[in-house]
Design a protein around this ligand. Sequence first.
Ligand SMILES: O=C(O)c1ccccc1NCC(=O)[C@H](O)[C@H](O)COP(=O)(O)O
Length: 210
Amino acid sequence: MTGAKICGLSDPATLDAAVAGGASNVGFVFFAPSPRDLPFDRAAGLAARVPEHVGIVGVFVDPDDALIDAAVAAGSLTAIQLHKTAPPRIAELRRRTGRETWAALAVKTRADLDGARALAQAADRILYDAKTPEGAALPGGMGLRFDWELLRGFAHPLPWALSGGLDAGNVGEAIERTGAPLVDVSSGVETAPGVKDAGKIAAFLKAVRR
Ligand SMILES: O=C(O)c1ccccc1NCC(=O)[C@H](O)[C@H](O)COP(=O)(O)O
């Protein structure tokens, strides 16, 4: 059974829709420029709604110690997901938090996959995500997709997840073509940046199950 993470949740109704629809993980973004940025006080309220069998993944962009410590506590995080963070720092944050650590790897070409090897000792899971253009405001959550064929025959050094431009209409094909054990979505279940939609979340999770 393929797992599914619904990322960038920030309100109770759509969080509940993700849990009710069978998400294996929910994602809270802690990155101020993002329209999905979650203040600590709201993170605590949302985390209290998440049952124990659902993982709570905090999403960060090269965070400092103070941010990650506060977010782990406020959001009752079971895992941390790190974007644009160098492998030695990933390893440090993994040790510091004691949390399962997901390292985002931005992919556009096959050469980008070389970065996976350096993550093998530093993280617990690799999240393959689409590389965003130089100068983009966000390193994720942009609805961009990369060429899934790049993953064909790739020797994954760690458990992994597929991300980038997924939605209810293409996630079935994505799973079929890549064999992804876990998929991650953000903008594909939104009506506008940062505005999640319960119906789209339900449709996505139904498509993953199918
Ligand atoms: O979603 C954000 O706003 C975000 C901000 C900063 C770093 C990462 C961010 N998202 C990471 C994710 O895990 C997204 O789910 C992933 O990039 C896929 O997004 P999308 O293509 O919109 O489904």
